[in-house]
Each structure stands twice: as C-alpha cells, then as structure tokens.
Design a protein around this ligand. Structure first.
Ligand SMILES: Cc1cc2nc3c(=O)[nH]c(=O)nc-3n(C[C@H](O)[C@H](O)[C@H](O)COP(=O)(O)OP(=O)(O)OC[C@H]3O[C@@H](n4cnc5c(N)ncnc54)[C@H](O)[C@@H]3O)c2cc1C
Length: 494
C-alpha cells in the first residue's frame, strides 16, 4: 500500500457488505478514497438477520440515517427486548429488556437492593421495574420522551427489519456517497505483497484495492480462501448448527419484542415486521432431523406461511485472525454465533467502528492488526459466554437440554456464575457488550443460584429499600400509561 488509502474493495453485498459500504463511502469518500462493492446476483445473501440491539441507533446516527425513512423502507418495527419462553422449563418466561432496570437506591445499585428484597419476599419480579419489559409485554411503544428523570426519558430500543430491504436501503445510501457497485462472481483472488492484490471476476475483470473487506458470508472467500486466517470452533459450547426459516403473515397487533421459544433441541424465533412475521427454528442436527425441525416450525406459526421453509447450515466460531494483511473480514465471513441475543449485525457494526478508528494510512502496523484481532476476539468471547449462560441454566428434561446443563462451561462464564452465586454480584468486563443489567435479567430469568446478598445493602433498612422498590414499580406503571400501542407507533410511520 502507498501512503494514502486510495481504494477499498468490498466483496459481498449482504447486510455486512452494504453496512461497510455506507460507512466507508460516507466517512472516506470525501477524502477521495474510492469504494467498490462486488456482489454476485448468482449467490443469494443469507436473507435472515432481522433483530437488532440498541447500539444500531448509534451506527445509524453516525451515518446520518433518518429513522422514519429507514423503518418505512425496511418494513421495520420497534424492539424493546427479547422474551425467553420455556428456557428454564415449559410454561415459564422472562423478558431481557433493553435500557435500565430501576435506579440506584441510597447509592447502592438497584440489582443489589432488589436481590436482597427479593430474597426476603419483599420485591416483585424484575420485569416490574423495567418500563421496556412492561411495554414489550403489553404491546406499547414510544421513543424517549423528555420528562425529567422519568424512565420515559431514557427508553432503550432497537429494531426488527426485513434483511433484504435493509441491504437495498443501505445500497441506495452508499451509492449516493459515490460507492460503485460491481455485479459479478469472484472466481479467483490474487495474492500480493500486502496480502491481497486483486480479485478476478468471471467476466474477466480484475479489481484491485489497497484494502479488502471480506463480506462474502459463510464462504469467507478472501480471509479464509486466500489468507487462510484459520477458524476457532465453538460447537462444543453452542452445538446448534442449523436453522430453518419461513416468513408468515403479519400479526395484527405486533409486540415490540423478539420471541425466543425453547423447543426440544433448540429454539424458535418470532420477529414481527410491518408486512410479515419472520420465523425460524435454530436446532442441533445431532438431536433433531431437518424434517422434524421444519414440522415444529410450521406447527408453531400463528398465520399462513408465505414461502417454503429454507434450511441454513452454520458453524459456530470465529476466524483466528479477523484482520490479516490488508484483508478484514466482517459479518458471517468473520464468524457466527446463533441469533439468540441478536448480536451478529452488531458485531459487523462494532468491527467497522474499531476499523475506522484504526485505519492504516499505509501498510498496517503489526500492532494495529494485533490490537484489532484482540479486541474482536474478546467481543466474540464475551458474547459467547452470555449465550452459553442461557443454555447452561436450564431445568428442562429433554436430552439436548440435559446435555447443555451438564456440559462444561467456559472459564469466564464459570467465574461470572460463581460471583453471582456468592452474593449476587455482577461485574462487566472491558469490551463486554452486555452490561450488568442484561446479565441480571438473564441470570435471574434463568434462575441462576444465588446465596446471600451484597452486605452494602444493609446501609439502609430493608423496609426502606422495599418502599423505594414499590415506588419505582409505581413510576414504571404510571409511565406505561403514557405510551401508545406499538401498532399505533407503526401506523404513524405510514
Ligand atoms: C439463521 C440465522 C439467523 C440470524 N438472525 C440474526 C438476527 O436476528 N440478528 C442479527 O444481528 N444477525 C442475525 N444473523 C446474522 C446476519 O444474518 C448476518 O450477520 C448478516 O446478514 C450479515 O451477513 P453477510 O453480509 O456477512 O453475508 P451474506 O448475507 O451471506 O452475504 C454474502 C454476500 O457475498 C456475496 N458473495 C459470496 N460469494 C461471492 C462470490 N464468489 N462473488 C461475488 N460475490 C459473492 C453474495 O452475493 C452476498 O452478496 C442470523 C444468521 C443466521 C444464519
């Protein structure tokens, strides 16, 4: 590479490719960097990936994306959290809400005071203190409303959207920033001193670049095919390796939440959009056949299926090197974990944000590459541990679930569970996506064992804490009455 980053070549036009194209086009286009995206009409995108988490709003803000225009273009809906149904045992459920739960009580974190009061029978279930959880379950939604310190002023939310429409929406934005789309099949990757010199297409063209972004999906054409970055396999921790997906007719009154419904050997998702509902069944092929998984999915639909069910095979894990030479993998080419907490699109965003902060002016320094790879690996590891916690802490009786409860767990998760057990303490690691609130929601939702409580709570009498909890619960209930229905919020977009 020369001193200036003259050209960036992106291979792949799925969600990852077009997210990268908009970001690079908007931020580097004005500096004169040429951005080219290559995609093949013969190779479809994965076509799923429709539930997100709140940081996507920061990404959209960075790109100047108008929320209403985006939701209209993608048939999108709002999301306030995920409801886990049957993950402890059939019939039980809990919401992992976005946003804050409760507020500190007398300078002590809410979680600690709630756990103490809960153990004494003086507190309601956690969801009663979260406006997002209550609104999600009752089908209400509002964007934050400036209102002093009310929970209405800090509503945490994300979106569901149609993946195909999202790629088209981003493409229009990217092209407006001067990104050039090249339709064609990459047949060969040419190596060079910096790593990759060019890609050769079936039509005979050769496309060079200073920097290459591999967004080619599970194929990982550049990062693995050419750079041989290597793969770390996590099927031992997360053994689901298939999904079957099908759209169905839209719900009349869609809840602003993703549903994750435990099944005999995996789980089903339900994602409400304006024009349809996305459904899928993630399962372990060692425990269930594709036919049975498909039958289970179809039996669980609320309305008519709108297409034939489609099976997607995947492996759980990540590249040993996300960045190698002048090639960086994003999206499915970088790695994959099942969509239990809707983290894949976030990992594309996060990769892009780190990358944009580390962009090399010339040949990337070894320290830059090393740092990027270390950060991304840590992000993957933390998310993996969070996902494994959902499976590990179950009380179900089917073989798949018994195996998950009995299986060894990663060291980091074992430490988290031990700390929680001894006094209900939760510590967020550096570079960890999920904060203490998310861990609290999932650990208590999954009935993680806990003994005792943080002694700092004793600074105030338990009755005082219980009164304060009751007050928070009332504020949440009152705030809820100020939120219109989710259906109404969506109708306003039209
Ligand atoms: C079952 C399932 C459910 C998911 N659910 C969620 C979710 O709810 N939330 C979430 O955040 N994420 C989810 N994901 C992940 C999400 O779908 C992906 O992270 C996201 O779509 C990015 O995919 P991608 O762009 O990397 O790959 P793809 O969509 O596969 O795109 C690959 C692109 O590369 C191109 N390409 C490939 N080979 C060539 C070639 N030789 N020449 C030219 N072009 C080529 C293709 O044409 C295509 O444009 C899910 C994934 C799966 C498998």
């Amino acid at each position: 590479m020369t001193d200036a980053l003259r050209s960036v070549t992106i291979v792949g036009g799925g969600t990852a490719g077009w997210m990268a194209a908009v970001a690079f086009g908007r931020l580097l286009g004005p500096a004169g960097t040429r951005v080219t995206l290559i995609e093949s009409d013969d190779i479809p995108t994965v076509g799923v990936g429709e539930a997100t988490i709140p940081p996507i709003r920061t990404f959209h803000a960075m790109l100047g994306i108008d929320e209403d225009a985006f939701l209209r273009a993608t048939g999108g809906s709002y999301k306030l959290g995920i409801r886990f149904e049957g993950w402890t045992r059939p019939g039980e459920s809990y919401v992992h809400p976005f946003g804050q739960i409760g507020t500190d009580i007398a300078g002590v974190p809410f979680a600690a005071q709630w756990l103490r009061a809960r153990q004494a029978g003086l507190a309601a279930p956690l969801g009663a203190y979260s406006l997002e959880a209550r609104a999600a379950e009752t089908g209400r939604f509002s964007r934050p409303i400036a209102n002093g310190d009310s929970p209405l002023s800090r509503i945490g939310y994300a979106y569901h959207f149609d993946a195909g429409h999202y790629a088209a929406f981003l493409r229009a934005q990217a092209e407006a920033y001067g990104v050039v789309r090249h339709e064609g099949l990459v047949e060969r990757v040419e190596r060079g001193p910096a790593g990759i010199a060019a890609v050769h297409l079936a039509d005979g063209s050769r496309i060079a670049g200073d920097l290459f972004l591999d967004c080619s999906g599970f194929r990982a054409l550049l990062i693995e095919g050419a750079m041989e970055a290597g793969w770390t396999d996590w099927s031992e921790w997360l053994p689901c390796d298939r999904a079957v997906a099908v759209p169905s007719v839209a719900d009349a009154a869609p809840l602003p939440l993703t549903r994750a419904i435990a099944e005999r050997a995996g789980w089903r998702w339900r994602i409400p959009l304006q024009h349809r509902t996305g459904n899928g069944h993630v399962f372990s092929s060692r425990h269930m056949s594709e036919d049975e998984a498909t039958a289970t999915l179809l039996a669980g639909l609320h309305g008519e299926a709108l297409a034939e069910p489609r099976v997607i095979r995947f492996a759980t894990g990540h590249r040993n090197r996300f960045w190698s030479g002048n090639c960086i993998a994003l999206g499915l080419a970088a790695g994959f974990m099942e969509p239990l907490e809707s983290t894949s699109i976030h990992l594309v965003q996060s990769g892009l944000q780190h990358l944009l902060r580390m962009l090399p002016a010339g040949r990337p320094a070894a320290a830059t590459v090393e740092r990027y790879n270390r950060i991304m690996t840590a992000e993957f590891v933390r998310i993996r541990d969070f996902l494994v916690a959902h499976y590990h802490l179950n009380d179900r009786t089917e073989r798949f679930w018994l195996d998950r409860a009995a299986a060894a767990i990663p060291e980091g998760l074992a430490e988290k569970l031990a700390l929680f057990h001894a006094g209900g303490r939760i510590f967020r690691e550096a570079d960890e996506l999920f904060n203490e609130t998310s861990w609290l929601a999932v650990l208590t939702g999954q009935n993680a064992p806990v003994s005792g409580y943080d002694p700092i709570c004793d600074a105030i009498p338990i009755e005082t804490a219980a009164n304060r909890l009751a007050q928070i619960e009332r504020v949440v209930a009152t705030s809820l009455t100020h939120m219109p229905s989710h259906a109404h919020a969506l109708a306003r977009l039209a």
